[in-house]
Design a protein around this ligand. Structure first.
Ligand code: FDA
Length: 409
């Protein structure tokens, strides 16, 4: 239950704004170190993003994270910024906490750790950690102004004014506004003269132009493993993951991952039959005199719905294999293994799992997450220009940045 409103100026060592992953974790850790913490959130319920994460099971960290090479799994203007915090609070540290609370978990592919039962287990764990640290909760409670007077900060909140030594901004990114996301953190950074890297939706489905997409719209719901790439030769990024066709475009882990790197106006390249020598197989089938329709032959290597839709693109592909020219078979194979297409946009913050960009890391200490220009003002979690891959990396950043900040409060 939220605590009663404060009747007057209440002195707190630190006020953490935002009771999501980073804020809850930081508040609990700091409280247990003896810091008197007030945690405020404008939403009715805490940690709504944890609740909906990982399909309701919370992919809470990733065993493959290598803090010595953060650029492998994190993006941002300075991908090495997160190294210090990630090295000081690792996936193994968080896992030990999960085990201490007796939460059952399992590993999915590529090091991803999920709860066995419900994301609520993790929210209860974080709230128990806050309770152990004597954290005061005000919720729902909005903050309308933050002023600094040299001695400390005064916050104007919907429950009255609060006086504090330190302020921690943990209000997250802009994705999923309907569950409470705001640009509050970016505005506070700007108020104190800190630069903000332009935010953009990331880990987001991509969309395609209506007419050009029409032949593929019928494939909505189809999923298949692919290799997907973007970028120039020098800076090529590639993922081997599952692709999902939707009515408006493409989604699935392959597209969510690549979306964080994709630049507007540039193409994606998709190999729809990775590891297959399609041209060789089709030419061999022709040499055997196969009378099967090309689509039926193709269906051995790609889903038949895709094969049927794909051959509709060219009359030369709508015939038996033994009647097709070698050139037509080679072109068909080449197009399937290097499908090049330019997304028109993305599904935006409504569907994005995270926000790329945010408070410029050059404005923050990588040790403590404190603003270098503004004493005792800290930014943690997704509000910072640190964006992880799909697979538990974003929560690990929330825990690690919250932990680094808690040690400094
Ligand atoms: P977070 O968004 O968790 O919390 C911010 C808090 O601040 C919220 O409680 C909000 O109400 C509050 N707030 C905002 N504005 C405020 C204001 N003006 N005043 C007061 N309070 C304010 N990551 C991962 O690693 N594994 C996963 O399985 C998933 N799954 C997933 C699914 C979906 C659908 C989404 C949208 C996202 C994920 N993520 C994820 C990403 C992950 O949820 C995200 O990166 C973290 O929750 C970020 O933690 P923060 O604490 O920074 O922000």
């Amino acid at each position: 239950m939220p605590d009663a409103p404060s009747p007057d100026l209440s002195p707190f060592d630190a006020v953490v704004i935002g009771a999501g992953a980073a804020g809850l974790f930081c508040a609990g850790q700091a409280g247990q170190l003896g810091v008197k913490v007030l945690l405020v959130d404008h939403a009715e319920k805490v940690a709504e993003k944890i609740r909906i994460s990982g399909g309701g099971r919370c992919n809470f960290t990733n065993r493959d994270l290598d803090p010595r090479a953060p650029h492998k799994h994190f993006l941002g203007d300075n991908p090495h910024f997160c190294r210090s915090a990630l090295a000081r609070y690792t996936p193994a540290d968080f896992l030990a906490l999960v085990q201490k609370h007796g939460i059952p978990f399992h590993e999915k592919h590529k090091g991803q750790l999920f709860g066995d039962e419900s994301s609520d287990d993790f929210i209860r764990m974080l709230l128990a950690e806050c309770e152990a640290g004597g954290v005061t909760h005000w919720q729902p409670c909005s903050v309308s102004a933050i002023a600094h007077d040299g001695e400390g900060y005064t916050l104007q909140t919907s429950r009255g004014a609060v006086r504090t030594r330190a302020v921690v901004i943990a209000t997250g990114g802009l994705s999923i506004p309907k569950i409470g996301a705001t640009d509050f953190g970016h505005r506070i950074a700007q108020q104190f003269g800190l630069r903000v890297v332009a935010p953009r939706p990331a880990l987001v489905p991509l969309t395609f132009d209506g007419a050009a997409w029409a032949p593929f719209a019928q494939l909505a719901g189809l999923a298949l493993p692919v290799r997907i790439e973007t970028g120039t030769k020098k800076e090529r990024v590639a993922f081997d993951e599952d692709l999902l066709f939707t009515h408006r475009g493409l989604s699935g882990p392959a597209v969510l991952q690549i979306s964080s790197y994709w630049k507007e106006g540039t193409p994606l390249r998709i190999d729809l039959a990775p590891g297959q020598d399609l041209a060789g197989e089709l030419l061999a089938a022709k040499a055997r005199g196969s009378r099967k329709l090309i689509a039926n032959e193709l269906a051995q290597w790609v889903p038949s719905r895709l094969a049927d839709a794909w051959v509709q693109q060219d009359a030369a592909w709508q015939r038996p294999v033994n009647e097709a020219s070698d050139k037509a078979l080679q072109q068909l194979a080449a197009r399937l293994s290097a499908w090049e297409l330019v997304p028109t946009g993305s599904e935006g913050y409504r569907k994005a799992e995270v926000t790329a960009g945010g408070v410029d890391t050059r404005e923050l200490s990588s040790q403590t997450l404190e603003a270098t220009k503004q004493p005792r003002l800290y930014f943690i979690g997704e509000v910072v220009d640190v964006t992880g891959w799909l697979g538990g990396y974003n929560f690990q950043w929330a825990w690690a940045s919250g932990h680094a900040c808690a040690q400094a409060l």
